[in-house]
Design a protein around this ligand. Structure first.
Ligand code: COI
Length: 357
């Protein structure tokens, strides 16, 4: 069941690694190893290994290159205060990866294989976890359709792999995010792939994200595809609203929204803090009206990469609006700390969310 370990012949020297870890940014610094498990219709999953990080050799007719048969995950390993490393709810990612595979007509990877690949890669590259306040090792499991066939059917060959990137904050230095509500593009429609974590969803969001940047904003907001009215999700993260009565709201998982692990964890933490939490539709017009009347006091984005990031302003709706003091609100920060303290081992974990490795 375990993965064969083939250590990298030329790992990055320790002094160079230390230099890279000072300010790694997001998704630019990669570790020495990767995990690979191969699949074909005859052998099933086979040749599981941890090996040197390396290029793939692929046939130019690989289905992933033509039809985007691809899924991925995002999760983090944290350095523990007393040494070692911790994963946060890796079982949730393993389950979601199975669901994404089913939607993209790919062979589901058994959850235990997914978990072992993550554990073994973190063990091999634990020295790459930054020792900084906001640093972690971002793990990127993914699966692609390989082989050589241009007909329209699911592939018979797949590669599952995990790469790891030493990261700091996804959004650096911004006290809060400015959002752009796109009117020209939608992200997902019920029955489509919006719930699956597949590359195609993100490829389709890039033009809207570019539109947001052109309008001086950090992130795009997608509305529902039918009424163009209900707030759904940002380019790559979920969204929450906080009200002056202390209640919280986030869009429901109705088939178009990614089932965020951070989203789910925050809902649990908020409920256990005694807050009223609603998973209900919220219109962009209501968002503006509530921000202007003061009924809405805070909004934030959340995701594995983004963690919990306050939203300060929204453009693209009737002249735009600002939220609270355009900085981090008290509830946003309280939830963020509650989450991060568990993830980093600075607080007890009553939920059994962390796995020490
Ligand atoms: C994550 O939070 O892991 C994401 O999927 C966002 C990523 C696309 C940057």
């Amino acid at each position: 069941k375990s993965l064969v370990f083939e250590p990298a012949a030329k790992p990055v020297p320790a002094d160079e690694r230390a230099r890279l870890l000072v300010d790694p940014g997001f998704g630019r610094v990669f570790t020495d190893h990767m995990a690979i498990i191969e699949y074909d219709d005859q052998k099933g999953w086979h040749d599981a290994r941890i090996t040197a990080r390396q290029s793939f050799e692929m046939d130019p007719a690989s289905p992933v290159l033509h039809y985007a048969q691809e899924i991925f995950e995002g999760m983090k390993a944290y350095r523990r205060p007393k040494g070692g490393a911790a994963l946060f709810r890796p079982d949730a990612n393993a389950r979601r990866f199975v669901q994404s595979a089913i939607r993209l007509a790919m062979p589901p990877l058994p959850e235990e294989m997914f978990l072992e690949s993550i554990r073994e890669l973190v063990r091999a590259d634990r020295e790459w976890i930054p020792d900084t306040e906001d640093g972690s090792l971002y793990l990127r499991p993914f699966m692609i359709a390989s082989g050589s066939f241009l007909g329209m059917r699911s592939s018979t060959q797949f590669i599952y792999a995990v790469i790891a990137s030493s990261v700091g904050s996804y959004f650096k230095d911004a006290p809060s995010l400015s959002l752009w509500v796109t009117r020209d593009y939608v992200r997902a429609v019920r029955g489509g792939t919006g719930e699956a974590k597949c590359g195609g969803n993100y490829a389709g969001s890039l033009i809207a994200q570019a539109e947001a940047i052109r309008n001086g904003c950090d992130q795009v907001v997608f509305l529902d595809a039918i009424e163009h009215k209900w707030v759904e999700e940002l380019g790559g993260m979920n969204v929450f609203f906080v009200f002056d009565d202390g209640s919280m709201q986030t869009p429901p998982l109705d088939g178009t929204i990614l089932h965020g692990v951070t989203r789910d964890s925050l809902l649990r933490l908020a409920r256990d803090m005694g807050l009223t939490v609603r998973e209900e539709l919220y219109s962009v017009d209501q968002w503006k009206a509530d921000a202007e009347s003061g009924r809405l006091t805070e909004s934030f984005a959340c995701g594995t990469a983004a963690v919990v990031t306050p939203i300060g302003s929204v453009k693209g709706v009737d002249g735009g609006f600002t939220i609270g003091g355009q900085s981090s609100g008290p509830l946003t920060m309280r939830l963020r700390s509650a989450l991060v303290d568990i993830q980093r081992g600075d607080a007890p974990d009553p939920y059994g969310w962390t796995e020490i490795i």
